[in-house]
Design a protein. Sequence first.
Lengths: 168, 475, 519
Amino acid sequence: MNVELVLFGAFALLTLLSAGLVILARSPINSAMALVSTFFFLAGIYVLLWAHTVAVVQVLVYAGAIMVLFLFVIMLLNLGESAHRGKPTLSRILGGASAVGLLGVLGITLSRVPAQPANLGPQAQATFGTMASIGQSIFTQWLLPFEAVSLLLLVAMVGAVVVAKSRI
Amino acid sequence: MSRILTMLVAMATIVVALAGGVATAYLVGGFVEAHGFTGASRLTNIVFLMLVFVMIIATLLTLAERKWSAFMQDRVGPNRARLGIPGLKNRSLGGIPHIITDVLKMLTKEDFIPGMANRFLFNLGPLLAFAPVFALFAVVPAGPTVTVLGQKVDMVVATPDFGILYLFAIASLAVYGTALAGWSSNNKFALLGGVRASAQMISYEVALGLSLVGLFLTFSSVQLPALVGDVANALSPATGQGQYLWSTQVFGLDIGIPAWGFIIQPLGFIGFFVASFAETKRAPFDVPEGESEIIGYFVEYSGMKFGMFMISEFVEVVVLAGVTTALFFGGHNLPIFGEALANNAFMQEHGWVYGTILGTVFWLKVLFLIWVQLVIRWTFPRFRYDQIQSLGWKILLPVGLVNVFVTAALVLWDPSLRALGVVGILEIAVFVALTLSKKENSEAGAHGDAHGHDHGHAAPAGAHADPHPSAAGAH
Amino acid sequence: MTLPNITLADFLPLLPALIMVVGASILLLSEVFLSSSASRGYQAVLTVATAVASGLTALGLMFEPPHAVFLGYGVLDPFSSFLTLVVCVGLALAALASVSFLRKRGAERGEFYALMLFASAGMSLLAMSAEFITLFVNLEVLSVATYALTAYLRRGTRPSEAGFKYFILGAFSSAVLLYGTALLYGATGTTKLADMAGPLSQALATAPALVYTGAILVAAGFAFKVAAVPFHMWTPDVYEGAPTPVTALMSAGVKAAAFAAMVRVFLTVGKGMDPHMPLALFSTLALLTMVVGNLLAIPQRNVKRMLAYSSIAHAGYLLLGVAALFVTAPGEHFRILGASALTGGTPLDVARSDALRGILYYLLAYTFSAVGAFALVSALERREDEDKGTAWDLERFSGLAQRRPGWAFAMTAFMLSLGGIPPTIGFMSKLLIFQSAIDVGLVGLTIVAVLSSAAGVYYYLRVVVYMFMRPVPEGAQTLERSWGTEVALVISTVAVVLLGIIPGRVSEWLAHAGTLFGQ
């Protein structure tokens, strides 16, 4: 029983709890806040997986920026608590069934995964997940898709402005 | 005259206190490293940096802010609270007893929760506002790494690989406290404040991150200790902001122009300072509070919960000053004589003395930047919400982008950073010139205006020394 | 630490796309300084100039030897360069047709042309992507740009409906494609197309379901983009609701780029697969698409909708060409044997190269004919009739031959070309595709193709009949002329007629373009 295992257990438990709250909470604001904490604890799990950069970007982008927008919209619209709850509609039954099915498939898959975790080796661990190594692979190996993503973001931005513009 | 004397005494006291604190921190760090386990000094750093330095400065700031605003408005400021100790009974002591009264008031006031408020989130709000701000200082190096009692001791709590991204990530969480406090209070004004806070955050966040990219490019690192750097010594060349752009030796002492952030990255500095000023939610970016219009997101809070909002604001001021010092004002490095000091035999022998001197330099710079923030806070009127958005998106963002491109090109062209330094100094000259030309215009206008209101100065300003003696009243 | 070597030469194949992106950025930035009433005539001119520059660059690149760039994440080969050329042709013609279309609606903005350029840049990049993530991102670049263009004129119900429908279904199909990609990645452990074939054949032995599901999902994602049956449902509504020049660009460019990506993916990855699987897949798709597309087009009285269904049908003929790529035993046809003896390639190579050429030529032919037809539709329609649904009715074409004989002649050329009647470019391209299908032995499928294209002639000629044999209706609106539309019509008419008779240089380029990198 080492520290990492304890931390993983704590983060995993808290992630599950907050994720559960996201769908169980009645008021949208509580849901959003639970989602924020889900992201936060997920970031903790990323750290344990040696993915420091991913972890910090997760907090920065998802918890810090995107969820603020969510919260902003929820507050601005002043969304109330969801009224119809518990009515088993067809889509709910189907959704639940597929969720349970997915859980089953994942469980079976996990039980087949070898118990011995993949060994990165000391050399890989020294640079694995660091800003420098991620930067290196983005700007060499993944240069083309990375630059294409920048184009995609620009197009999406222009497109959003064009569609939202009221003048035309 | 006596006022100036008092100030000098106060300043000397501050320097001595800072030096004492830093020396203690280094010695204790060395002691626990030597007698405890490796890395124990990081734990004592948590205590010294985050609890002692940041918290004490933030607490003192509650008074300093009111005193300085009084000074700028030609008032006396808080001076009524007295200590009941014989000998000090009739002295205002610069208003220091007000801090005690404030604390007592906050602790003893009724902790009121509005009827229809969401109790859980209402209680969570102040915590969410305070905790992230408090954790921010962890990555800021407050002194050099020196050898104390045979052990390497540094003055930083954590040096994660992602460095300053930690700061952005954690700082961006602070807005939840504000927004939730506003929403859960079940008060229209508070909700407005909360919504304004999140809207404001959307306006400055991008510019904030972008303003530092130039600095990262210049020093090829995102870690604050690497950005601060060290001066050249016998073993290694200078790194980070410890470098000189141009230097020469005078009587064996080195003088020159150091490669400090604000010299080589003036645009980045201005962008960062403005954007992070907006992060502190203080005037001129106090739209979420707007005490004269909506009172703010904390209108329903009282007692210690309000106190947490207030202290987190002041902690943010300290952290901002610390981060700006580390990023743009050379951190703990001296502007000149740094190499002479570092290579001095006595200093190399007694690492903690060296650390103490440079640590004190760091905290003095921090105090200077805090003072700058106070001046700004009491000089500018509040921006409108849309003005903040245009500032963030239409001015800071393009300026930041241009800065990134120019910096990248210059660093590529001249890795010694001198080209960057020349461009930076030119930029500063342009700013100064612009400011001066503006000042002449506005002075001419103010001059004509002043005649009409001249008699206003005759009023006994000291008489209304802050009608609300507590900081709570200021909001 | 050794860093992979990326040089300036790697950026060469990006040049056409970069030119378009620069053009788009100039348009976007210049728009900032214009007042809302300022003259914006330069925008279309700039777009066309950019398209021409980009097309010429692509033409120059076509004669570079095929090679991988960016460590195998992209490729430069004549196939992708020719495709970029096709895209540039479509873009230039669509931009010309936009001038009067936008002016009539008071909607001339730099963003419109910029988005067109962005979409075309995405198409060009998609054609050169040789790795799944790159491919997906570029597909999204062109999709997002076309979503926004579809919803560009938000007034009225049709554009909103079209934009929304296209966006939702497009996002869904992208997700399907991505899911298929993920499965293939899971099976092979790489996303590079070139590296996939080897591990794929191993994975096929251990987990065939994974590979087949992945391949089918990827094919379904592409089938949506090219509007193949049964993934065609969105096409008529979106084509009808989108601004007509955008419809032109979509029918020509999006289809061309998606076909290019599909061909590249399945030819490269398919090496590790049992070739019967893609053959069966594309044959089925081709069969369904040809028959259903043509049958559904017959009852349409709305010309824009008819052209939408016709676009589905044409996707079917193209899919026939794609299916021909996957026949492993091309048969002992004398033409192929002769060609293989002449060039030294195996009969399989010759047959593949023929089919590739057929597909490319068909895309070029379809671009000229369809964009020309849409340009004419946009010249005839009026904003006021859109909500009534009569803007594109066949009646509008009544007596066009008496009122604007030039337009009627152009439309006749386009209809004949789309129908595959000599002496047009449409006939030549159909001939090439059908020939290559027959050569490899897909005789049955080709017979269906010929029969269904004969059925198609009915609805194409109906437009011609209306133009020449119906009287001018009472109180018909005056037909305004605009330089942009006229130029577009002249260019496409000349191309449709002339390239059908004397292909000239184009056939030289085409002979060159039948090479796909790694084949």
